[in-house]
Design a protein around this ligand. Sequence first.
Ligand code: HEM
Length: 361
Amino acid sequence: MLPAPPLLAVTHADPYPYYAALAREKPLYRDDALDLWIASHPDTILAVMRAPAARVRPPSEPVPKGLCGGPAGELFGRFVRMNDSAVHTRLKGLLAAFIQEQGARACTPQWPAMPATDAAAVDHWLTAAPVHAQAAFLGLAPALQADSAAQIAAFLSALPATADASQVAAGHAAARALQTRLESFLLADDVAPALRTLRDDGARADIPVAVLAANLAGLLFQSGEAGAGLLGNTLVHAGRRGLAAAEASADAEAIVGHVIRHDPPLHNTRRFLADTLTVGGQRIEAGQTVLLVLAAAASVQPDASWTFGALGHACPGQGLARHHAASALSHLLRAGADPAALAFRFRYRPLPNARVPQFAF
Ligand code: HEM
């Protein structure tokens, strides 16, 4: 049975035949029940992404309503991922240069301890590890890496419209702590060379330190859910192939590459139209939302890394995400996790865009 509509495909056991059929037969259509346009072929996705009218946030709601007027809203509104316009382009260039300069020095992350390897412990580790790795990459001390992972989790929990008052309050507190920590980190006298470059180039480009610091928190934020999905899907794949620990560790980068092509962690992203747009002869009205089904585009172009997006907002963390997932897989295997047992019983977290396995339920 095919997992239509597309939002259900993210958590379906095998959505890939459906995605291939979607891209082939319905490259762009309107789903009235979902009140969404769906773009699933590389050509239609790129046409939407290229259009200046297609924005990464709804023009009437640049920050989720529930977070407005507090630190979490302020942090969210500063993320490069959530902005279009000239500031986005300048900031994106600085962040990409920072990742490259820092990447030339960074080594394998010190992974957090794994006291147990049962399903619940693996679930917990999957969620925390990508943010730990990213915090280590920034150069934060180990205790601050753990704090940052917990704060990103609290921030993420405050984002959905369904978040309750205590989740929103915790999200604001976490955002305030992240902003303060990263600002003082960036302003420290003994700041690492790549961060100093970021600070100096930011000053020259007229980008306030508060915005640069928010975007360092943004790198932590971006690495979380999708990173958990990449690592989790890699574990499942290793388990299904019955790979022995030594074999999987030796081949970790290749396994991660295979998973990115054939069972990617992020299936969808969205664009919000500020103006009418015509794609392939179909007119999409201003105010409409277009779901870009990256996982369907990957069925047409499996080697194009569609799960990391494309064009102006493409992910600048792709190389790091691959490297961290491979290193995390080896660490999990060394710690004694059993991929075959994990792959035998799991489901997917009920998320709209990310495919993240959950082993304990
Ligand atoms: C498996 C892990 C990851 C996946 C699948 C992923 C995927 C994506 C995708 C699809 C986008 C574009 C969204 C859109 O166009 O609507 C994106 C943007 C972004 N990602 Fe990643 N990402 C991952 C890990 C990371 C990591 C580790 C970092 C940090 C270095 C990062 C930093 C960013 C940033 C800053 C943006 C915003 C770029 C912009 O708006 O111009 N990502 N990511």
